[in-house]
Design a protein around this ligand. Structure first.
Ligand code: NAD
Length: 328
């Protein structure tokens, strides 16, 4: 079985190569190119391709993969909003993903971002390094006793709820499907009520048509002043321009983003020597209460091992024509 692994990083090889001992018939070729309509032709002669969150797997890419003889697209992530699944199904290409690799990893980063923006840790770190031991602009709030509003209480959101409970917060949530296992300490409310009453809002729902820009200026205006907003799910859940407007209205105590709309092109690249033109990300970074990380929620040892194991099993299953719960 031949797998072409797009947008490969050193850490991918480190987690996938050791797993190959369990899949002796599988050979992986790693390339740095992102999977898109131009690079899809490189997959000629491969049984399957492996891609990540910022690949462009639209109709054109899928047609070219089909022409190249590819039978499966293996997403080494949970989200698949960048895959045109309808076209894939029409072309008979399996699309499999890794629905749960380490939800704790993402939830822990969400909490880390909430704490970091609350206590301005990114500023404190740099201040002390520069011999500035003043406490100017570092004041935060206690988390204990505050209300955490969790949007989406699936695998990651559920852990976020638990963490917030651990901090002594009151936990409320909004989801289209309520998670019965959380109901002993989580109160489900409408999205409107969550926006109006939460001190911390953390987004853990997928990016789909109904959630696109769910945090827009109308939603932001409903929020309490001095709210903390965290997004570790997908950038386009938040309208960046509206977020900037909200920040300028002094709505937020802090904003922690592991994902943001403009991240494609930035994610996992070193662009430190480039002059950014027309970048809303640069504008976001100019605010003292915003901290952005580069889609690193999944990036723990345990998560990477689990991703490698599940992806290689997905390859075996897909090429055996086996449908599993990892199909999308
Ligand atoms: P999940 O499928 O287990 O949970 C998603 C939850 O969102 C479900 O309970 C679902 O009912 C709910 N939901 C769906 N539509 C909704 C809506 N309109 N409003 C409110 N809730 C809604 O998914 P998960 O594993 O918890 O992952 C959540 C998201 O985290 C993924 O979609 C992915 O985009 C993101 N993610 C980010 C990283 C990262 O590295 N930052 C890593 C993994 C996943």
């Amino acid at each position: 079985m031949k797998l072409l692994f797009y947008a490969a990083k050193t850490y991918d090889r480190k987690s996938f190569d050791p797993e190959l001992k369990n899949y002796p018939d599988t050979k992986i070729d790693y390339i740095e190119h992102e999977l898109d309509s131009r690079s899809a032709v490189l997959a000629k002669g491969y049984d399957a391709v492996c891609a990540f969150v910022n690949a462009d797997i639209g109709p054109e890419t899928l047609e070219k993969l089909k022409e190249a003889g590819v039978r499966a697209v293996l997403m080494r992530c949970a989200g698949y909003n960048n895959v045109d699944t309808e076209t894939a199904h029409k072309l008979g290409i399996y699309v499999k993903r890794v629905p749960a690799y380490s939800p704790e990893a993402v939830a822990e980063l969400a909490m880390a971002l909430a704490l970091a923006v609350n206590r301005r840790l990114y500023k404190a770190y740099n201040k002390v390094r520069e011999n500035d031991y003043s406490l100017k602009n570092l004041r935060g709030v206690n988390m204990r006793g505050k209300t955490a509003g969790i949007v989406g209480t699936g695998k990651i959101g559920a852990y976020m709820c638990e963490q917030c409970r651990g901090f002594g917060m009151k936990v409320i949530a909004y989801d289209v499907y309520e998670n019965e296992s959380l109901k002993d300490f989580v109160t489900y409310v409408s999205l409107d009520e969550l926006l109006r009453t939460s001190d911390l809002i953390s987004l853990h729902c997928p990016l789909i048509e109904s959630t696109y820009h769910m945090i827009n200026i109308d939603a932001i205006k409903k929020m309490k002043d001095d709210v903390i907003l965290v997004n570790t799910s997908r950038g386009a859940l938040i309208s960046t321009n509206d977020l900037i407007e909200g920040i300028r209205m002094n709505k937020f105590l802090g904003v922690g983003l592991d994902v943001y709309e403009e991240e494609t092109g930035n994610v996992y690249e070193d662009r430190s020597d480039e002059i950014m033109q027309h970048s809303v990300t640069s504008r976001l970074l100019s605010f003292p209460n915003v901290m952005i990380t580069s889609h690193q929620g999944f990036y723990t040892k345990e998560a990477l091992e689990a991703i490698a194991q599940t992806t290689l099993q997905n390859l075996t299953d897909a090429l055996a024509g086996k449908q599993t719960e990892n199909d999308v």
